[in-house]
Design a protein around this ligand. Structure first.
Ligand SMILES: Cc1cc2nc3c(=O)[nH]c(=O)nc-3n(C[C@H](O)[C@H](O)[C@H](O)COP(=O)(O)OP(=O)(O)OC[C@H]3O[C@@H](n4cnc5c(N)ncnc54)[C@H](O)[C@@H]3O)c2cc1C
Length: 426
């Protein structure tokens, strides 16, 4: 009988559960430790409770959408990719469907379906699961690892740290893995919020003038304080009571965080919003000219309402102190130019982002230069593996982060098992 467990996985998010499954599939005696009273709490709230389980487009696309070190993932995806995830779930009775931009969801529209399949697989593979058991320390001896929890000291040949990042900490991801990793000599890229709403103190925000207004598929360009373009992102935008949200705001957020850090003396950064990117300035100018011409006797306020999102036209009129009851025929060339600029180059000043507690994903984490890319083993010490958001990896929203969690989990678990099964029996 072996007293030493082959593989202990710390954390039961998607990365930890998949690591435990991959280790057990190799024949390793596997124990999964979770400090919460149940597994996968973040997984259950992901994708608005529907779990955007992966993305159907190729791995190159996934890497492109992983601005936080996506290129590190080439050898991980060569072993276990988005297609492996799709096969894994469909072959276990979880029907998946593809939505816009390749996003894959369970047909049930319930994250629980995904979690239930993972739990059934853990039972089938005889994985020991322990909930409400928080790991407080890890210790390396000459022959094995000790995993110290509040209740006991567990001996293992290999351990997988799958404790997640530190965003939305009420799900259990409180950054414990960073402490464990630093304790054994790893370095940390300081965590920061990503895929998080932007804050603004512009008067239209503080006065709630556009609160709740949504713009479809617009383009946001972020500039640094010297006027240099930082990045451009496209997608839907939502104006909130504190700033900007929606997919495009989330996509640009990590660049806001990094640019603010580069210019700590600045209070805000300029963003220019193109609310109508399908038509260029000249086409839009011609469009408005014809709209005002054909409604020559109508008040411009009403004409704007027909063609612009609700309240956006009124804000334009008040910003430029224009008479809302001016008739279409009275519109000047100057006003037409101002209107086109308003629609295509709407300026918003952002003061930063909401914090880690509201961020979908944590940027930063365990430095990848200290991780073996093919096995996800520590390069600093033997028998220790990392997976998921605890690593310095982060992606845009669209199923990419859970893909990263599952794929790195599978690779770390499999190699941890191979390492453990080579060790002398304890
Ligand atoms: C609201 C929201 C929606 C999201 N939607 C999507 C989406 O639709 N698609 C997508 O791809 N991504 C989404 N994400 C991101 C995705 O959920 C995460 O990237 C993913 O869950 C990370 O998986 P993980 O296993 O690395 O970590 P986590 O899921 O964070 O799991 C870590 C686990 O480790 C446990 N743990 C931590 N410390 C200890 C300890 N000391 N001892 C024992 N256990 C410990 C925690 O309790 C937790 O259960 C969303 C995130 C949020 C917050």
């Amino acid at each position: 009988m072996r007293d030493i467990i082959d593989v202990v996985v710390i954390g039961s998010g998607p990365s930890g559960i998949m690591a435990a499954i991959a280790a057990a599939q190799q024949g390793a005696k596997t124990l999964l430790l979770e400090k919460g009273d149940r597994p996968g709490r973040k997984l259950l709230i992901s994708g608005g409770g529907r779990c955007n389980v992966t993305n159907a487009r190729g791995t190159d696309h996934i890497i492109e959408n992983t601005p936080g070190n996506g290129r590190f993932l080439h050898s991980v995806f060569a072993q276990w990719s988005n297609e492996s995830i799709i096969d894994f779930f469909t072959s276990r009775g979880v029907a998946l469907k593809e939505e816009d931009r390749g996003r894959m969801f369970p047909v049930s529209n319930k994250a629980k379906t995904v979690l239930d399949a993972l739990r059934r697989e853990m039972v089938a593979l005889d994985i020991q699961e322990s909930y409400g058991e928080e790991v407080v320390e890890i210790e390396q001896t000459k022959t094995h690892w000790n995993v110290v929890t509040r209740n006991r000291k567990i001996q293992t040949h290999a351990l997988v740290i799958a404790t997640g990042g530190c965003s939305v900490p009420q799900t259990g991801s409180t950054g414990d893995g960073y402490r464990f990793a630093r304790g054994i000599g790893h370095t940390l890229v300081a965590p920061y919020p990503t895929s998080v709403p932007l804050t603004s103190e512009d008067s239209f925000i503080t006065q709630g003038k556009l609160q709740g207004l949504a713009f479809r598929d617009c383009v946001l360009t972020l500039f640094d304080p010297k006027g240099k373009k930082v990045t451009k992102e496209q997608g839907d935008l939502l104006v909130t009571h504190f700033g900007l949200s929606g997919p495009v705001a989330l996509r640009i957020s990590q660049y806001v965080v990094k640019t603010m850090a580069k210019f700590p003396q600045e209070r805000f950064l300029p963003i220019v919003v193109d609310t109508n990117p399908t038509l260029n300035q000249e086409e839009r100018f011609a469009f408005w000219q014809s709209a005002f011409h054909s409604s020559a006797r109508k008040a411009i306020r009403n004409i704007l309402r027909e063609h612009l999102p609700d309240r956006f036209g009124e804000l334009f009129l008040s910003e430029y102190s224009l008479d809302p009851y001016l008739e279409g025929a009275q519109v000047s060339q100057k006003m037409l130019k101002q209107l086109v600029a308003w629609e295509k180059e709407w300026p918003v000043q952002v003061t930063g982002t909401l914090g880690l507690e509201k961020a979908t994903v944590t940027g930063g984490g365990i430095h990848l230069k200290e991780i073996e890319p093919t096995t996800l083993a520590s390069k600093i010490t033997l028998g220790c593996y990392f997976c998921g958001e605890v690593l310095d990896l982060h992606a845009h929203t669209g199923g990419y982060n859970i893909t990263v969690a599952f794929s790195t989990g599978y690779v770390a678990g499999r190699h941890a098992a191979e390492y453990a099964l080579y060790q002398p029996l304890g």
